[in-house]
Write a protein that binds this ligand. Structure first.
Ligand SMILES: NC(=O)c1ccc[n+]([C@@H]2O[C@H](COP(=O)([O-])OP(=O)(O)OC[C@H]3O[C@@H](n4cnc5c(N)ncnc54)[C@H](OP(=O)(O)O)[C@@H]3O)[C@@H](O)[C@H]2O)c1
Length: 156
């Protein structure tokens, strides 16, 4: 199963430079808990962003990095053929964790979306195209003071 996990503000803002436009501890905790022990797939830019934040790949997860450049990092699987990876059968839930390019390319293959809706508008420069959620049904909706944790599943 292919899942995507991301946080967006009301204008579909997701990034500022190569970082997040906000710092919501609650969301980082939700991300950690949801993806812990799982395989996470990201574009090279998101890998670099994580690396510059924590100095290593995300711990306790298997990292897969999509890149068309020759790139290697110990313990990280690098794929150049994103679409073959997305189309291949996977026994486990694969989490797409960004960024803009990889979310937009992967959206047609996503079975489930974990969206953190940030209630406040923020400043930044990386926006997602508004996804058409008409073929998804909401299976979870948890409202907090600043955020909403929602999960959507594709209707087969
Ligand atoms: N709000 C959130 O939840 C969230 C989460 C994650 C990231 N973000 C934000 O997203 C932004 C980064 O997005 P981005 O689009 O610049 O970078 P990205 O999606 O992380 O990475 C893009 C890279 O993916 C590789 N790629 C592209 N198409 C490919 C294909 N068909 N097959 C294999 N690899 C391919 C390319 O690597 P090469 O150039 O090496 O070929 C490309 O440079 C940042 O602002 C970040 O903070 C937000």
């Amino acid at each position: 199963m292919i899942s995507m996990i991301f946080a967006v503000d009301p204008n579909f803002l997701i990034g500022k430079g190569n970082d997040l436009p906000w710092d919501y501890k609650e969301d980082l905790k939700y991300f950690q808990n949801t993806t812990k022990g799982k395989t996470v797939l990201m574009g090279l830019e998101t890998f670099k962003s994580i690396f510059s934040r924590i100095g290593r790949p995300l711990p306790n997860r298997k990292s897969v990095v999509a890149s068309l450049e020759p790139f290697a990092y110990e313990g990280v699987e690098v794929i150049s053929d994103l679409f073959s990876y997305l189309k291949a059968p996977h026994d486990e839930e694969i989490f797409i964790i960004g960024g803009k390019t990889i979310y937009e390319l992967s959206f047609p293959y996503a079975d489930r979306l974990y969206i953190t809706h940030i209630k406040k508008e923020h400043q930044g420069d990386v926006y997602l195209k508004k996804f058409d959620l008409s073929s998804f049904k909401k299976i979870q909706y948890e409202e907090h003071t600043d955020l909403i944790f929602a999960i959507y599943e594709r209707v087969k």
